[in-house]
Design a protein around this ligand. Structure first.
Ligand SMILES: Cc1cc2nc3c(=O)[nH]c(=O)nc-3n(C[C@H](O)[C@H](O)[C@H](O)COP(=O)(O)O)c2cc1C
Length: 371
């Protein structure tokens, strides 16, 4: 019987166990450059089979929150190199989450103070995080976006390609995770609530999934499918994501993804950070059918699940074959040595919400290891 502690191979990446550290935005990279704190934070968590970094912007336009790191400037790549070298020195594996927020942004974060971009000019009923002049943080309404011209889309696909290449070749990551979840740019194209386009990128399922597949194709072409994972959240309402009929949409996505030799598919089950049984549309989402659509199309990547997993639920998921890996978010924020704590049945530290976003060392690198 497979356990959480068994080693595994996901695409080209050998992992020591079935624990993934979920991507977690921490807003501690001033000027979009990770610091020494990031080196310590990730290195402390290197016993996870796979670390997925916080969402990392592929371009200045892809930025939507204050002090989020990027992958588009030499100093960012050099800073990430320190993180990946330190994690590798501890025997860990680390991929970076490629992020373009689309409409979930604020004019004050956009190049030239311009409007954020989106499939359609529909404002998200959602908030972003800004840092005031005095260094304190605040949540603010997202700005009204403008609809992308079809002619601009190839440049964004190119930004993903360039970021993937830089991540692996320059910053030393083991691979990348495409952030196609939680109502950000790729997800905005997928769902009819945010995509009202009438061109080849809107309307039918084939058209709404076109951008996603163009991005996947570009990054796979650049670094190879064995170093590419993708995160999807079929029913989440996060950031105003909505679609009345997610089942056929996401089965089409899964079947398409089955043809690229990807390392892994990362599925957020239910509402991100909330109700695991949350549903959009008439019927509960059928995750088994979603997975079958991927496997039937030839997909052999690892199946990674997330959202509200504790030790018991995670052990069941892996032993039953529901999943190959489990990603833990808040548990890894609070427990750098989560793998050991589960293995030895040690008590867990409680995450402190007030230090999730922004600030310094406190709440980032000061959670104690078990004695
Ligand atoms: C502080 C914080 C930051 C997050 N940042 C990201 C992110 O950058 N990218 C992403 O895909 N999800 C992000 N999430 C969602 C988590 O990856 C995860 O899906 C969620 O916390 C549910 O998993 P959990 O119950 O194990 O915490 C974030 C969640 C939290 C609490």
């Amino acid at each position: 019987m497979t356990t959480l502690f068994d080693p595994f191979r996901i695409g080209d990446i050998e992992v020591a166990n079935r624990f993934a550290m979920a991507p977690l935005t921490r807003n501690r990279s001033p000027n979009a450059v990770p610091t020494e704190l990031s080196v310590t934070y990730y290195t402390q968590r290197a016993t996870a089979g796979l670390i997925i970094t916080e969402g990392t912007a592929i371009s200045p336009q892809g930025q939507g929150y204050a002090d989020v790191p990027g992958l588009y400037a030499p100093e960012q790549l050099a800073a990430w190199r320190k993180v990946t070298d330190a994690v590798h020195a501890e025997g860990g594996k680390i991929v970076t989450q490629l992020w373009h927020v689309g409409r979930v942004s604020h004019e004050s974060l956009q190049p030239g103070g311009s409007k954020p971009v989106a499939p359609s000019a529909i404002r998200a009923k959602s908030k972003t995080y800004l840092v005031n002049a005095d260094g304190t943080g605040t949540f603010a309404e997202t700005s009204e976006p403008r609809a992308l011209e079809a002619s601009e889309i190839p440049d964004i696909v190119e930004d993903y390609r360039r970021a993937a290449r830089a991540a692996v070749k320059e910053a030393g990551f083991d691979g990348i995770e495409l952030h196609a979840a939680n109502g950000y740019l790729i997800d905005q194209f997928l769902r009819s609530g945010s995509n009202h386009r009438t061109d080849q990128y809107g309307g039918s399922i084939e058209n709404r999934t076109r951008f996603l597949f163009e991005v996947v194709e570009a990054v796979v072409d650049e670094i190879g499918g064995g170093r590419v994972g993708i995160r999807l959240s079929p029913v989440t309402p996060a950031n105003d994501a909505s679609d009345p009929d997610p089942q056929p949409l996401f089965e089409h996505v899964a079947a398409g993804l089955g043809t690229y030799g990807l390392a892994y598919i990362h599925v957020i089950e239910g509402a991100t950070g909330g109700d695991r049984a949350f549903q959009q549309g008439e019927k509960p989402f059928d995750y088994a059918a979603f997975k079958s659509a991927y496997r039937n199309a030839g997909g052999t990547g690892a199946w990674m699940v997330n959202n509200g997993y504790d030790q018991k639920l995670a052990e069941e998921a892996v032993s039953s074959g529901h999943a190959d890996m489990v990603a833990f978010g808040k548990l890894f924020i609070a427990n750098p040595d989560l793998v050991r704590r589960f293995k030895e049945g040690l008590p867990l530290n409680e995450p402190r919400k007030e230090t999730f976003y922004g600030g310094g060392a406190q709440g980032l690198i000061d959670y104690p290891f078990a004695a």
